[in-house]
Design a protein around this ligand. Structure first.
Ligand SMILES: *Cc1c(COP(=O)(O)O)cnc(C)c1O
Length: 365
């Protein structure tokens, strides 16, 4: 058996002729930029998230940059996020000229350690960016309380959490702005790059549309400084085709996760802690073991594709060496970087495939 982490052809359903006919028509007609397909998808996606508005971007990274731009976050401002996120979260903060302030990860949830947030809120702090890593919602009750107490914004990094919910409420709708990625690796995947922001604030939405299209208000009337970042029309059509499948995929991911948790529960590994008031979407099925590298090597020989997300925490990345962060400054993030391994989880995985992975993990231990 060979267990892959993605099966793109399965994401289009069985009968996808209509989609490819649409794409053909769009390509031949030159329907490429800000077409009705983009509006239709963004409407459907914001309905799915139960957010008021969605504005398309080139990528999830651009969504984060756009969010900070429209909230006027820039030089002199601080933004808090976690040491164990993907590079994009922190790169976006740097890109708008603000200063990233990191907190450590939590041992059990692998999310932001909320106990460390308040001591890091200075008078210059403008926003917190919690990252719903692996599809698990961050503890938004505490984060919301802290943000309103200190009058700072919450921007949610939802790149790994399309459809994740806490107390029945979608991630991305707790803060001012939620940022999504449609990169091919994500739970809702374009055939290339793509992203969007969601918000309930009509004024912010309008600002997002302006700033992401070079500050235009009507053609040739540029009223604010902007940049060019749009969701491509062909990608929007593909995303809209896949969106009706997403809820079912997220449920399938939960069933697969349950099978993993159950079968591997006796082993000396730890799972990302779960909570009864959340809907996790298992973008990644992450386990923790001190024998991570050996396990990964063992599974590779058995044709099981696993991945480490992420092997180097933010504070030890060369790109951020000027920030002055030190080794051991965020010990939990470092430990997780050494011990986490993502097992394959695809909505279309058969029970035989899951069991093959589980048997081999058991075999290893
Ligand atoms: C993928 C990802 C991003 C960036 O999204 P892109 O579309 O690749 O730019 C940001 N944050 C997190 C946590 C991600 O996983």
């Amino acid at each position: 058996m060979k267990i892959t982490r993605y099966a793109y052809s399965k994401q289009f359903g069985i009968d996808h002729d209509i989609l490819f006919e649409d794409l053909r028509r769009m390509i031949l007609n030159g329907d490429y930029v800000l077409t009705k397909e983009v509006t239709v998808f963004l409407n459907n996606f914001s309905n799915f998230i139960q957010a008021g508005f969605a504005c398309g971007t080139n990528s999830g990274t651009d969504a984060l940059i756009l969010a900070m731009k429209v909230l006027n976050i820039g030089p002199g401002d601080e933004v808090i996020t976690q040491a164990n996120t993907f590079n994009a979260t922190v790169a976006a903060i740097k890109f708008v000229g603000a200063t990233p302030v990191l907190v450590d990860a939590d041992e059990n949830t692998f999310l932001m350690n909320v106990a460390q947030i308040e001591e890091n809120i200075s008078s210059r702090c403008k926003a917190i960016i919690p990252v719903h890593l692996y599809g698990k919602p961050s503890p938004m009750e505490q984060i919301t309380e802290l943000a309103s107490k200190h009058n700072i914004y919450i921007i949610e990094d939802c790149a790994q959490a399309h459809g994740s919910k806490l107390n029945g409420k979608n991630v991305g709708t707790f803060g001012k702005i939620g940022c999504y990625s449609f990169h091919p690796s994500k739970n809702l995947a374009a055939a290339g790059d793509g992203g969007c922001i969601v918000t309930n604030d009509a004024e912010l939405f309008e600002k997002c549309q302006q700033v992401s299209s070079l500050g235009q208000k009507g053609q040739n009337n540029h009223v604010v400084m902007g940049f060019n970042s749009k969701l491509d029309a062909l990608q929007a059509r593909i995303l809209d085709w896949k969106l009706p499948f997403l809820s079912g995929w997220n449920i399938a991911r939960n069933q697969i996760a349950d099978r993993y948790y159950k079968q591997l529960s006796q082993l000396p590994i730890k799972f990302q802690q779960r909570a009864s008031n959340e809907f996790h979407t298992y973008h990644l099925l992450t386990i923790r073991t001190e024998k991570r590298n050996e396990l990964q090597e063992f599974l590779k020989v058995k044709n099981i594709d696993t991945i480490v997300r992420y092997p180097t925490p933010i504070h030890l990345q060369k790109a951020f060496e000027k920030e002055g962060w030190k080794k051991n400054q965020f010990p939990v993030a470092e430990k997780l970087a050494n011990e986490l391994l993502c097992l394959p989880i695809r909505p279309d995985m058969s029970t035989d495939e899951i069991d093959y992975v589980c048997d081999n993990v058991k075999h290893f231990f």
